[in-house]
Design a protein around this ligand. Structure first.
Ligand SMILES: Nc1nc2c(c(=O)[nH]1)N[C@H]1C(S)=C(S)[C@@H](COP(=O)(O)OP(=O)(O)OC[C@H]3O[C@@H](n4cnc5c(=O)[nH]c(N)nc54)[C@H](O)[C@@H]3O)O[C@H]1N2
Ligand SMILES: Nc1nc2c(c(=O)[nH]1)N[C@H]1C(S)=C(S)[C@@H](COP(=O)(O)OP(=O)(O)OC[C@H]3O[C@@H](n4cnc5c(=O)[nH]c(N)nc54)[C@H](O)[C@@H]3O)O[C@H]1N2
Ligand code: SF4
Ligand SMILES: [Mo]
Length: 746
């Protein structure tokens, strides 16, 4: 009998980045549990981490490229797949120009250094304006606020929960999601510890969520009205002389502009719009102002709405005005060991962020962070004219389920001249491709998180080696991306991934290090791919050895050597203002012009009456967006794609628990409907129904046996691809008016 081997690796499935202990025997996974010695996650794990075994062993997971022959996707060799790409992609570029090839990148890319570290190569080689990512279904408002206020998209303050006395959570459910734009494994344990110290957790959400159940206080809020609540809170701070930015005062610009901007948004004025009474709004503002170590944290419920950027900005404004930004126990900026732009370049000042360098062709939506709103993807494929998207590359994304109005997008994908997908499944999106390139199993990949240490509750550096070798012929994702970039850049298939990697890396080092470049190249020789990127980033990073300048500093070898012991702890969050700022003024720009201007929309909309029924989203611990429904350990148990309806609404509408209902929406492009299972729940705010996204696996042509047996309904088929937060381009995914009626027995 073969011996059992123990491996330690970070879970790549969600933002919590838990350290796992994985036992294997030969090619089999024997067990997966939390790594108790992990310096960051201390043994925490959720059911999805355990499901990595099912994912690795899933017979439906792709292990061979697929190429469309006579209309049917069939297994092919890598050489055949590349031949197809190298012929057809350049043909589209030559006939229609570089913008004719679009790129869509999805959520798992954020969790893979082999993708995130190399996608910039591909976008550069493509030179196309038509780049779309899941960021405009998610956190783009967060980036816009960070960019305008602090000068970099990824300078995101996170609650310093370990030292807080008060945490107010708005539009987030970290007990289930395990945190977002905030890397915080075991939120529940940390919240309980806060309460045990005498601290308080307040949750504001249209649903009494799992996080609300843990909280000391929960308030319902009308979906889409977060900006109004927050304006009322800011108004209270000025009205009651509670504005005390403290240490930040000399680094702040725009406080007087904020005072002027919130005129007219008194708690009494906003209360009917947001559904909280004026006294509650005032007491929330006072609690935040008067508690020495406190912060307000908001996430996707507040981002994916009409006023997403305003709401996210107002969260920052409140944390700043109450003196909680950049202070222990408040909202603080992590300092990552590698890859953080806010640790590079000259400290304290920078160029800030550009907005709207170009606009989308059909709707004129502004570019943000180098991309266009994903809601514009279908129209850019459908609408003829110069710059029309005629070929598409999709990487780790399933927008047919994850983006609004997947039905329209699916039809548009069929009109493309050519489509290539890099994915692990033949699913609702990749079934439209002409070539599908498989990625390795996560257990066959090395791991180092690029974004999440920039969002972490505590500073750390952790590395994971692959658990298993890749299957025969299976390249690493970075290799596939470099070859795609070479084809997209007109170089064809002549160069190997290794040659391309050496070439690009050399260029980077020469640009970054000038006269020292040769020494740095010599010091990193012998490494390649993501390991070499990481060695460079760690050693030249804020804790690095500076290539010999700081003898005790971090190197890749040191971080690797710490894996079995649970990684390297780099201490609690520490104040970073003004060093972190990269605005041209060197100050926190609290009142940027575009945000002040956008407040006019709120002013005009203050009196809007609520629709009788609106839909919002929901997450479940055993699900991950659209793609983990094929794994037995997660799929078992009750159906999770249900519409939670308040019993009063159910009675009013004649809906029965456990029965099917038809849910309809009316958009500018017509009526839409889905049929969904009703689950009566007093957790809901009356007038609000909650449906999870990422379901609807009943489309033909996929290879997802288990998921398609329990398909669920696709919430996004109801939503309106034309509804966006104008500054960020973020899709509006919640607070959309719907109607429901019974559909007989299930
Ligand atoms: N209505 C509504 N819609 C939403 C949301 C919502 O709250 N409500 N949430 C939105 C959010 S926050 C997000 S982030 C998006 C996510 O939307 P997407 O970015 O489209 O992500 P997923 O739907 O998770 O699809 C991930 C894809 O990556 C593939 N994949 C998994 N692992 C790998 C890998 O290692 N390599 C490669 N190459 N592929 C891999 C999967 O098979 C799947 O096809 O959904 C959004 N959609
Ligand atoms: N188990 C699991 N974990 C996940 C994911 C998953 O699909 N499943 N997805 C991952 C991804 S990609 C992301 S981005 C994160 C997201 O992480 P979170 O932001 O924590 O996401 P949700 O759990 O959807 O929580 C959003 C909350 O907002 C509430 N809400 C809806 N509309 C409004 C509104 O208008 N105002 C307010 N104040 N609240 C509102 C909802 O009721 C819900 O409780 O989760 C990640 N983690
Ligand atoms: S919470 Fe679960 S899915 Fe997220 S990183 Fe931890 S084990 Fe993985
Ligand atoms: Mo997300």
């Amino acid at each position: 009998m073969e011996a059992t081997t123990t491996h330690h690796r970070i879970c790549p499935l969600c933002e919590a980045c838990c350290g796992l202990e994985i036992q294997t025997r030969g090619a089999k996974v024997v067990s997966i549990r939390g790594h108790a010695a992990d310096v960051f996650s201390a043994g925490y794990i959720c059911p999805k981490g355990v499901a990595l075994k099912d994912l690795h062993e899933d017979p439906d997971r792709l292990r061979q490229p697929l190429v469309r022959r006579q209309g049917v996707l069939v297994e092919a060799s890598w050489d055949e797949a590349w031949a197809e790409i190298a012929t057809r992609l350049p043909a589209v570029q030559q006939a229609h120009g570089r913008h004719a090839v679009g790129l869509v990148v999805g959520n798992p890319a954020a969790h893979k250094i082999g993708l995130l570290g190399y996608i910039p190569r591909l976008t550069k080689a493509l030179g196309s304006r038509n780049v779309f990512t899941a960021a405009t279904l998610d956190q783009m408002p967060r980036h816009v606020s960070s960019g305008l206020l602090f000068g970099h998209w990824m300078s995101v303050p996170v609650p310093d929960i370990a030292r807080a006395e008060l945490l107010i959570v708005l539009g987030a459910n970290p007990v289930v999601s395990n945190g977002s734009m905030w890397t915080v494994p075991d939120f529940r344990g940390k919240a309980r510890a806060l309460q045990a110290r005498g601290g308080r957790l307040i949750v504001i959400d249209p649903r009494r969520t799992e996080t609300a159940a843990l909280a000391d206080t929960h308030h319902f809020i009308r979906p889409g009205a977060d900006a109004f609540l927050l304006l009322g809170m800011v108004h209270t701070l000025f009205e009651e002389q509670l504005v005390r930015p403290g240490r930040l005062e000399p680094h702040l610009k725009g406080v007087a502009d904020i005072a002027a901007a919130v005129q007219g948004f008194a708690p009494e004025a906003v209360a009917p719009r947001c559904g909280l009474d004026a006294a509650t709004i005032r007491s929330l503002a006072r609690d935040l102002a008067r508690t020495p170590r406190a912060s307000l944290y908001a996430r996707i419920g507040s981002c994916t709405q009409e006023y997403g950027t305003l709401a996210t900005w107002l969260v920052d404004v409140l944390n700043v005005l109450t003196g909680h930004l950049d202070k222990p126990g408040g909202a603080m900026f992590p300092k990552a060991a590698a890859f953080a732009a806010n640790t590079a370049g000259r400290p304290g000042v920078g160029r800030g962020v550009p907005l709207a360098r170009h606009t989308s062709r059909v709707s004129g939506a502004p570019e943000v962070m180098g991309e266009l709103p994903i809601g514009c993807l279908a129209e850019e494929i459908e609408t003829p004219g110069p710059g029309q998207i005629r070929a598409l590359l999709t990487i780790a994304t399933n927008p047919v389920l994850s983006a609004p109005h997947g039905k329209r997008l699916a039809a548009a994908l069929d009109r493309l001249d050519f489509m290539v997908s890099m994915d692990i499944y033949l699913n609702e999106t990749t079934r439209h491709a002409d070539v599908v390139l498989p990625a390795p199993s996560p257990l066959e990949d090395l791991h180092y998180d690029m974004p999440f240490p920039q969002l972490s509750w505590r500073n750390h550096a952790r590395y994971s080696a692959p658990v298993f070798a890749r299957g025969p012929g299976q390249p690493a994702e970075w290799e596939t991306l470099l070859r795609l970039a070479a084809v997209a850049g007109g170089r064809g298939l002549a160069a190997s991934a290794e040659q391309l990697d050496d070439e690009y890396f050399g260029e980077d080092v020469r640009r970054q290090f000038g006269a020292r470049a040769d020494a740095v190249l010599a010091a990193t020789a012998g490494l390649r791919g993501p390991d070499r990127l990481l060695e460079l980033a760690l050693r030249s990073g804020p804790y690095g050895d500076g290539f010999g300048q700081a003898a005790e500093g971090l190197t890749l070898a040191r971080v690797q050597a710490a894996t079995a012991g649970g990684g390297i702890d780099l201490g609690p969050l520490a104040p970073r203002v003004p060093e972190l700022l990269r605005t041209p003024s060197g100050c926190i720009e609290l009142a940027p012009g575009p945000l002040l201007a956008d407040l006019q929309r709120c002013r005009a909309d203050l009196a809007r009456a609520p629709a009788p029924l609106v839909v919002i989203g929901r997450r479940d611990v055993r699900s991950n967006n659209s793609w983990m429904h094929n794994l037995p350990v997660l799929a078992k148990g009750p159906m999770r794609c249900t519409a939670l309806v308040h019993p009063q609404d159910a009675q009013r509408l004649g809906l029965r628990d456990g029965a099917l209902a038809r849910m309809r929406s009316h958009t500018g492009r017509g009526e839409r409907s889905i049929d969904v299972l009703v689950q009566c729940s007093a957790e809901m705010m009356p007038g609000v129904v909650s449906v999870p996204h990422g379901w609807g696996h009943d489309l033909p042509g996929t290879r997802l046996a288990l998921a398609s047996a329990r398909p669920g309904a696709n919430l996004n088929d109801l939503l309106d691809e034309d509804l966006r937060d104008p500054l960020s381009g973020n899709a509006v995914l919640g607070g959309v008016a719907v109607e429901m009626q019974p559909l007989g027995q299930a």
